[in-house]
Write a protein that binds this ligand. Structure first.
Ligand code: PLP
Length: 407
């Protein structure tokens, strides 16, 4: 008797922690030291949560022992509500706010509650692959729309329009974006809203990086531009407060909720089924969101994230055969490879070859549902001295790389 995974998982992939990572793990078991640049996990690179957050956590240990209401504790939802007002999310009450064990759990819930087999949902390429995985696992048919590297990695509006059918139920946007670091301007968001309006789509907006923006730019929540549509906005503390391990996220329903009564019932059912999200993690939300106005010094010139971005993007753009659009937010770059120059037909193999030769783990573009083998994602969380080493090794590798088809 063999136990097999369910058929539901047949078309589900999550390559950020997939086969290339398995190769890296084997190397680690053999005693090889690997620099892992495949996940956006700030704690791995010496980033720490502010002391106040830890103090708050310790302070609340006793009161967080029990389950909470399934949508979350009042103080957290009130703080999220205030934040939603600051971001001008229309028609949101505390009842429209759900806390989750990270945004991840809420992505999964929001897809499970919505999609019938064969329902279509528009998701960007490249994407944060959990969206595609969750929609697929829920029975949905994911249709990827392209983001355009020539245009700052903005979603290609004509491509979105061309991919809408009578079965399209929703569109996902990730803004600021993982893996490209793009930040969408208001005009572009308005065009997406117009499409959603024309075709009666729900907008799901993943905004987990909205407090990690550089160059004095500001973030607009798409929901603020769509009071007449039903929009679900996702956010959390994993990245802005460097507490990814605490699993602390939320979603806000906004706009025309009357069109989504039945869907909201489904969300409530799923929220109740998992009882509640981690109550201790919820207890830090109030204080964490209180200082939203102060841009973290990490993001200003001289700050770690800012300087690391400068270091890696400048270095990559100097390597013959590589180029990268400078990210405006988050901590990822999505460099392009001149695949003809290197004979590359398989991006996963490219990443494995680099791993084998230089012991640095990156993620191939296909892991983000990018349809061509000409990109990879590099997380720029390591300190400058490590990033300089990464750039040197990349330069050396690219100076002689020719892909042999073998995977
Ligand atoms: N959304 C995006 C765009 C992400 O990059 C990530 C994590 O990398 C998540 C959601 C998941 O975040 P959480 O830690 O809140 O589950």
């Amino acid at each position: 008797m063999k136990f097999q995974k369910s058929n539901k998982l047949n078309h589900v992939g999550y390559d950020i922690r997939g086969p290339v990572v398995d190769t890296a793990d084997k190397m680690i078991q053999e005693g090889i030291e690997i620099l892992k640049l495949n996940t956006g996990n700030p704690a791995d690179f010496g980033f720490q949560a502010p002391d106040e957050i830890l103090e708050e956590l310790v302070h609340n240990m006793r009161t967080a022992e029990g389950y909470s209401a399934s949508k979350g504790i009042a103080s957290a939802r009130e703080a999220i509500h205030t934040y939603a007002q600051i971001k001008k999310l229309p028609n949101v009450t505390t009842d429209d706010i759900y806390t989750g064990n990270g945004v991840s759990e809420l992505i999964s819930m929001s897809m499970q509650a919505l999609l019938n087999d064969g329902d279509e949902i528009l998701i960007p390429a490249p994407d944060y692959p959990l969206w595609t995985a969750s929609a697929t696992l829920s029975g949905g048919k994911v249709v990827h729309y392209l983001c355009d590297e020539q245009a700052e990695w903005y979603p290609d509006i004509a491509d979105i329009r061309s991919k809408i059918t009578s079965r399209t139920k929703a569109i996902v946007i990730i803004n600021p974006n993982n893996p490209t670091g793009a930040l969408y301007p208001e005009e572009l968001l308005n065009e997406i809203v117009e499409i959603a309006r024309d075709h009666h789509l729900i907008i799901f907006s993943d905004e987990i990086y909205d407090r990690l923006i550089m160059d004095g730019l500001t973030h607009t929540s798409v929901a603020s531009l769509a009071p007449d549509l039903f929009v679900v906005t996702f956010n959390g503390l994993s990245k802005s407060h460097m507490v990814a391990g605490y699993r602390c996220g939320w979603m806000c329903l906004s706009g025309d909720k009357s069109s989504a009564k039945d869907y909201i019932e489904g969300l409530n059912m799923l929220a109740s089924m998992r009882l509640c999200s981690n109550v201790l993690a919820q207890s830090i939300i109030k204080n964490a969101l209180a200082d939203y106005e102060n841009a973290s010094p990490l993001l200003l010139p001289g700050g770690r994230l800012y300087e690391q971005r400068e270091c890696i993007t400048n270095a990559i753009n100097e390597i013959p055969g590589l180029s990268v659009v400078k990210p405006k937010a988050a901590f990822y770059t999505f460099p392009k490879i001149d695949i003809e120059k290197f004979g590359i037909t398989n991006d996963e193999q490219f990443v494995v070859d680099f791993l084998n030769e230089h012991h640095i783990l990156m993620t191939h573009g296909g892991g983000f549902h990018w349809p061509h083998p000409d990109h990879f994602r590099l997380v720029y969380l390591p300190e400058i001295k490590d990033l300089e080493l990464v750039s040197e090794k990349l330069k050396l590798f690219m100076s002689s790389y020719k892909q042999k088809p073998s995977l």
